[in-house]
Design a protein around this ligand. Structure first.
Ligand SMILES: O=P(O)(O)OC[C@H]1O[C@](O)(CO)[C@@H](O)[C@@H]1O
Length: 449
């Protein structure tokens, strides 16, 4: 087991020649020069590159202090945000903490329950969450870089009212933590007006690259995970991404291989995990790659599966359907807990042949068997090895994917740091909601409905 996150495409070698890899090396090297030299498109959004070593230490200490306060005065934390304003935190918390974090006893969890809201517009979801909170003490971390995103703003209105009804305006304000732009936007104005403790999303860090800012760090710290180790892991990966040559540089190799495969018509990438705790790492990854690469009619469509679960639903298609995909498997090398299957006197279920074996041995056998089966079905399989689910390696994993994403976007010839396409639905929604300024579009849209 390597003591770091690594990338391995050896099993996909029948789809990729050494010559192809050699020929693309220069393109990846150029992309890295553009990224690190800050000379490419979107270069005013590259603050994430240095974040693991160059972050606001005073704010970092404040995040830890705020997390401590929330832990001591709240049974529930609501994380209000959408896209990059919640996915990174959720990915880290679900990977690092208990599989049943919210339902396990307080003695085991030791920290507040954490619920995510403002990532949809469902009134039923909101009502049910109000019921879950009941009359318990709670706090809110409202996260929005722009400060104007509709989904979280709606949820914030509802839960802010609840908080004020419960504690009164003054005490409620002490239970609201705003993570937003340092000077602009509705949320910043509200925070200043009402005196909420505020944390900053730096100007040069886009939402999907913001997990290592207060956006991710405050909820992660509240969950009891060690954010210092998270940053250390990311910093160690940054070192390698920035300095290692192609042969030793896993992010560069991942960016290279996925672009080779794209050029061969593999325009769907499926991120596969074999651990339920990694489900939200995939959700985070999908936003990262989808918003970064899917533009100008280009890009690899990022999809994900949870295995072995989805082998019983999507497995048929991956094995045998249209051949337009490749798969990237996250291989978790070491379990937090192990279970050994015991022998039964009468082997009615026929499983005694597995007696004495660990459940993880079975999971890994399923994984290895699936990798080979999918390879035989002409789905190239790439592997990202994650040594363990701890803060250090999750920090490495985040940075590994972020850096490869920047490289990959430049190799594709797009600006990986904007998301102009997201505006279209917003304009239509505003028009249909009757937002002032959208009257003309409203008329047009209503005719079409
Ligand atoms: O933090 P904000 O500004 O609320 O944005 C949330 C998400 O919405 C998007 O801007 C897309 O609408 C994402 O890029 C971002 O992560």
């Amino acid at each position: 087991m390597a003591e770091r996150v690594t990338f391995d495409y050896s099993i996909a070698k029948k789809f990729i020649s050494d010559e192809e890899v050699r020929m693309i090396e220069k393109t990846v090297e150029n992309a890295r020069n553009e990224l690190v030299g800050k000379s490419g498109a979107g270069n005013d959004f590259l603050g994430w590159i240095d974040l693991p070593v160059n972050y606001d230490k005073e704010e970092f200490a404040r995040i830890k202090k705020a997390a401590g306060k929330i832990q001591s005065d709240s049974e529930v934390l609501l994380v209000i945000g959408i896209g990059g304003s919640y996915l990174g935190a959720r990915a880290a918390i679900e990977s690092l903490r208990h599989s049943f974090y919210n339902s396990v006893s307080k003695e085991i969890r030791k920290t507040p329950e954490i619920y995510y809201v403002g990532n949809n517009i469902s009134s039923t979801y909101i009502r049910h969450l109000i019921e879950v909170i009941g009359d318990r003490d709670f706090s809110i971390n409202m996260i929005s870089k722009s400060g104007t995103t509709t989904e979280p703003a709606i949820a914030f209105r509802v839960f802010k009212k609840l908080l004020i009804e419960k504690y009164g305006k003054e005490e409620a304000a002490k239970r609201i933590y705003a993570t937003t732009d340092k000077s602009r936007g509705a949320l910043k104005n509200l925070a200043t007006e009402e005196g909420y403790e505020s944390f900053v999303v730096p100007d040069d860090v886009g939402g999907r690259f913001s997990v290592l800012t207060a956006v991710g760090l405050l909820p992660i710290a509240v969950s009891g995970a060690d954010i210092t180790k998270l940053m250390e892991g990311a910093a160690s990966q940054r070192e390698r991404c920035l300095n290692d040559g192609f042969t030793d540089n896993d992010s560069m190799k991942y960016a290279a291989i996925r672009n080779i495969l794209l050029r061969k018509g593999k325009n769907i990438e499926i991120l596969a995990n074999y651990e339920p705790s990694l489900h939200y790492v995939s959700e985070w990854w999908k936003q990262l790659y989808g918003e970064s690469e899917g533009k100008d009619q280009k890009g690899i469509f990022p999809a994900s599966v949870d295995l072995t679960t989805d082998l019983h639903s999507m497995g048929q298609f991956i094995q045998d359907g249209q051949r337009t995909m490749f798969e990237t498997v996250i291989n978790l090398e070491k379990q937090k807990h192990e279970i050994v299957l015991e022998e039964e006197e009468v082997d009615l279920d026929g499983l005694n042949y597995l007696a004495g074996k660990t459940v993880d041995f079975m999971n890994k056998s399923a994984m290895k068997g699936t990798i080979l089966a999918h390879t035989d079905g002409n789905v190239p399989n790439l592997v990202v090895n994650l040594p363990e689910e701890n803060e250090y390696y999750i920090g490495q994993l985040f940075y590994f994917f972020e850096f490869a994403c920047g490289l990959s976007g430049y190799m594709l010839g797009v600006n990986p740091f904007d998301q102009p396409g997201v505006e279209s639905y917003k304009k239509n929604m505003f028009a249909l909601l009757g937002k002032p300024g959208f009257e003309d579009q409203r008329e047009e849209l209503l005719k079409r409905l």
